[in-house]
Design a protein around this ligand. Structure first.
Ligand SMILES: Cc1ncc(COP(=O)(O)O)c(C=O)c1O
Length: 501
């Protein structure tokens, strides 16, 4: 292991230091005296490392993994686009980062205005009456939206009867999970011929026990539901509510307003469409937009403008489902979204969905001759190839995904959606150049040729990364994150399940 790969605590030592602090000009007092009654550690070991070594350490770490700032990241369903740095800078303004979550409305007028403006803009973009910005992620938005639907049915005295949610098999995987979480039952309907909702199957599934129809638009194959108006009409005729999983809004923004399609509620993955990268598990936000009749049930508090023009948090909402997040949700993500939306404006947002769709269709057509394309209809922002044709060479989709890393490209989403065998779900996004798309297509073509001529090369990939092929199953099943400070120099446990180079 190189010096740079050691933990910080394993580097440096006494005498190694960063900034020189001025001498203390107040009398030193024992900590126990300053913090009476607080349990204190007997010994606290901090790394002692010089500033250049710290910088090198973190720069080195940042190059070990693939990320969107290093290269193409076509991870389907995650919208891994470039997000303008200016939005990060705005979110880092001290007025935002130093606002105390318990400060009263009088001291946080600016922050409240940000929240209210995001609510208003998202309502306008989606065509709904009101928005809550509390949920912290898409799946959290789904949970919130379904709780709103449950509150609606309960308020109408139908809460006990309507407990089923119809979810097409082309929906995102979090949809049935969220249904389960609110205590409802999922009824799966199979897709029709073109991998979109079968109206016959839907009609058969709908009855007076249906609480909602939950539709992912565009669906996980990247296809727009051509009969979406009919879907929402049939659902409403049966007394059900219509939920749109709007995580894929990058494909529609500025062109289609889900509220105009007959939906009653949707969530938005701000961390896909509006300027925060999705992959990697960082903070997100999953605001929920609702039609007027669901507004009374929105979580408290809501940021509102009072009659005097002052902003305040409105807690007086007797039918509210309550809080779904502490304080004001992931506020910094909302600042980024606001900056992004205001910078682009309506024309810019329309351009986003246009170019995202164009890029996806370009790549899809280029790769269609090399890999199987089970659903050749024009796609929206993403498309799904199948690697099943490579099986005859003893190569799987996973091998293609691993080999891509050798060319500085992150893998597409693999083995999802489940309705496509050996799936490769590719989402190029609008921020990639034609050059970059052509490079990716060239690499995919080369990998297909390698599968035929040198299949072992793929089965052993990746070859150029800091660690070889991981035993992903074992790493997840035998998670060992504890680091033993006594065992200096010993390989951390997680590496036991990897091939070290
Ligand atoms: C269509 C769709 N729905 C829901 C989600 C869940 O969002 P999150 O990962 O933020 O919970 C995603 C995530 O990418 C998605 O693509």
């Amino acid at each position: 292991m190189s010096a740079e790969r050691r933990l910080l605590i394993e580097q440096g030592g006494p005498g190694h230091r960063g900034p020189a602090l001025p001498a203390c000009d107040v009398p030193a007092r024992p900590l126990a005296e300053l913090l009476p009654g607080v349990p204190l550690r007997g010994e606290l070991r901090f790394p002692q490392v010089t500033e250049p070594e710290v910088v090198r350490h973190f720069i080195e770490l940042s190059t070990l993994n693939h990320h969107v700032d290093r290269g193409f990241y076509p991870l389907g369903s995650c919208t891994m686009k470039h997000n303008p740095r200016i939005n990060d800078e705005l979110a880092a303004l001290p007025g935002f980062t130093q606002a105390h979550p318990l400060a009263g409305d009088g001291a946080t007028q600016g922050c409240l205005r940000v929240m209210a403006t995001v609510q208003r803009l998202l309502a306008e973009i989606t065509g709904f009456a009101a928005v809550t910005t509390q949920p912290a992620a898409g799946a959290h938005g789904e949970l919130t939206g379904l709780l709103l639907i449950r509150a609606h049915h309960r308020a109408r005295g139908e809460g006990e009867r309507r407990r089923r949610v119809i979810v097409p098999d082309s929906a995102h995987g979090t949809n049935p999970a969220s249904v389960n979480l609110v205590g409802y039952e999922t009824v799966v309907v199979a897709s029709g011929d073109h991998a979109t909702v079968s109206l016959e199957a839907l009609e058969q599934a709908l009855d007076d026990r249906t609480a909602a129809v939950m539709l992912t638009v565009p669906n996980t194959l990247g296809l727009f539901e051509p009969q979406v108006l009919e879907v929402t009409r049939l659902a409403h005729r049966a007394g059900a509510q219509c939920y749109m999983d709007g995580a894929n809004l990058n494909a529609l923004v500025g062109r289609v307003r889900p509220g105009d399609l007959g939906f009653d509620v949707m969530h938005i993955n701000v961390h896909k469409t509006f300027s925060t990268p999705h992959g990697g598990g960082g903070p997100g936000a999953g605001p929920v937009a609702v039609a007027r009749h669901l507004e009374p049930f929105l979580p408290v508090p809501l940021a509102v403008t009072g009659p005097d023009g002052r902003m305040r948090l409105d807690w007086e909402r007797p039918q509210s489902i309550g809080r779904v997040h502490s304080f004001n949700g992931n506020f910094g993500i909302l600042v980024r979204a606001l900056a992004y939306i205001l910078t682009l404006g309506p024309a810019g947002l329309r351009e986003v969905s246009k170019v995202a769709t164009l890029n996806a269709n370009y790549l899809m057509r280029r790769l269609a001759g090399t890999y199987e394309l089970p659903h050749p209809e024009p796609c929206m922002h993403e498309f799904v190839l199948s690697g099943r044709g490579l099986r005859k060479h003893g190569v799987r989709t996973l091998d293609v995904a691993k080999r891509l890393l050798d060319f500085g490209v992150h893998a597409p989403t693999v083995y999802f959606p489940l309705i496509v065998e050996e799936a490769l779900m590719i989402e190029p996004t609008e921020t990639e150049t034609l050059d970059r798309l052509d490079h990716f297509a060239g690499v995919m073509e080369r990998i297909a040729a390698e599968a035929r001529d040198h299949p072992q090369l793929l089965r052993d990939a990746p070859h150029t990364t800091p660690v070889g092929r991981l035993d992903e199953g074992r790493a997840a099943r035998e998670l060992r994150l504890k680091w033993d400070p006594g065992a200096r120099g010993e390989a951390p446990a997680a590496r036991e399940s990897t091939t070290c180079r």
